[in-house]
Design a protein around this ligand. Structure first.
Ligand code: C2O
Ligand code: CU
Length: 423
């Protein structure tokens, strides 16, 4: 922390080798280490500065996914960091408690940079949060879930042959660990799930009939916990869940086959038929009592009535409204302090999702309780339309755009992305 109270983080993007379960010589990228990066944590109201150094030997960026912040600090494709340079964005944290994350966003190379290992969690704390399990690493555990494919002990970067979505792997890593387990020592455990995979959607569930309470979506806490047995997360999405594993027993967090709304062939090559073990939870014989989940979490935010409606159609795996991303073209101009409705249709037969920078939106008319909280990324099955209510506040910049895009990273790289400015 500096004299003026700014909290400073030094993040260095670098290369290294990591044992990811395929020998110790796997070439990887990481932040302040050889694979993934440290959890960055700051509180609402705090001023932060991130000194991001690029030691990768090639150009990249670092984007704060889910963050409400000025466009020039966003770390999108326009905030490029040359090799050997340091980029130091700063802003004041001004949003509720949430599990956000960071990852590169270099146009055309996001998939590769994330797949090689640049990603980490960015947690936001808020004094107004009700009491929840919150001892980091003990009863409050971030889980960065990724699928990989290996070839001769190295990360296999070749795209899948039968899918346009890039790489769908069957080797699961959690926080960079293969075949992981967690020793449960408390009655309740809060898991902060992040799907940091390039293309795979997960349908999380526990074995042994263990259910869980969903307490938060991408952008923060729900009004109240929702009991679920299954939870789907597409690339980029997060959720916080609280699970209770009976003393002396164990359960496996697993991803099972899922309703992606695809035809049989596409479903299979998108990973929709797969069943994969993610993490084993082993509970000790006596568990420490800790905070259970309260019935009420936070009052939902009222975004108001939309003044503007925009429609977007995913018309191919590289275009919205028949247009491929162009760094020099502003697609949408939004007026600050207005609420808008964005209607996004997946007009293809392939899986896509939709992510918007700077805001957390509300998914309208969804019957899915897992979409009830603040979201910044949402899955859209083929042929379906989502209606997203969002409010743009505080920050304006007529020059520097924010992005909206599909978070299947091969699609984003190929141009399924657009740019908007807030003025
Ligand atoms: Cu997680 Cu525009 O990205
Ligand atoms: Cu897509």
């Amino acid at each position: 922390t500096e004299a003026d109270g700014t909290r400073v983080f030094d993040l260095t993007m670098q290369r290294g080798t990591t044992d990811l379960g395929h020998g110790s010589a796997t070439e990887t990228w990481g932040v302040n280490g050889s694979y993934l990066g440290p959890t960055v944590r700051a509180a609402r109201g705090e001023r932060v500065r991130l000194n991001v150094s690029n030691e990768l030997g090639e150009i990249s960026t670092l984007h704060w996914h889910g963050m409400h912040l000025p466009a020039a600090m966003d770390g999108g494709p326009h905030q490029m960091i040359e090799p050997g340079e340091t980029w130091s964005p700063q802003w004041t944290i001004d949003q509720p408690a949430a599990s956000l994350w960071y990852h590169p966003h270099l146009h055309g190379a996001t998939a590769e940079h994330v797949y090689r290992g640049i990603a980490g969690m960015f947690l936001i704390d808020d004094a107004e949060t009700p009491e929840l399990p919150s001892t980091y690493g003990v009863d409050d555990v971030p889980l960065i879930v990724q699928d990989k494919r290996f070839r001769d002990g190295q990360l296999d970067l070749r795209p899948g042959m039968f899918t346009e979505a890039g790489i769908i792997g069957s080797d699961i890593l959690v926080n960079g660990t293969r075949a992981p387990f967690f020793d449960v020592t408390t009655e309740h455990v809060r898991l902060r799930l992040l799907n940091a995979s390039n293309a795979r959607t997960y349908n999380f569930t526990f074995t042994e009939g263990v259910t869980f309470a969903l307490i938060a979506t991408d952008g923060g806490l729900l009004a109240g916990p929702v009991r679920l047995s299954h939870l789907m997360l597409s690339p980029g999405e997060r959720a916080e869940i609280v699970v209770s594993v009976p003393a002396g027993s164990s359960t496996v967090l697993r991803s099972v086959t899922q309703p992606l709304g695809l035809d049989m062939w596409t479903n299979r090559f998108s990973g929709g038929d797969d069943s994969l073990d993610i993490l084993e939870l082993r509970a000790g014989h006596s568990l420490t009592p800790n905070s259970a989940v309260p019935d009420e979490l936070v009052a939902p935010r009222d975004l108001g009535e939309p003044a503007v409606t925009r429609t977007f159609t995913i018309s191919g795996s590289s275009e919205f409204n028949d247009q491929t991303m162009d760094m020099g073209r502003i697609d949408e101009v939004v007026e600050v302090n207005t609420t808008e409705m964005w209607e996004v249709r997946n007009g293809t037969g392939a899986p896509h999702n939709f992510h918007v920078h700077d805001v957390q939106f509300q998914v309208l008319d969804s019957r899915d309780p897992a979409l009830a909280g603040p979201k910044d990324t949402v899955y859209i099955p083929p042929g379906e339309t989502v209606r997203l209510l969002m409010r743009f506040e505080h920050y304006t910049d007529p020059e520097v755009p924010y992005m909206y895009h599909c978070h299947i990273l091969a699609h984003e790289d190929r141009g399924l992305m657009g740019q908007f400015v807030v003025i």
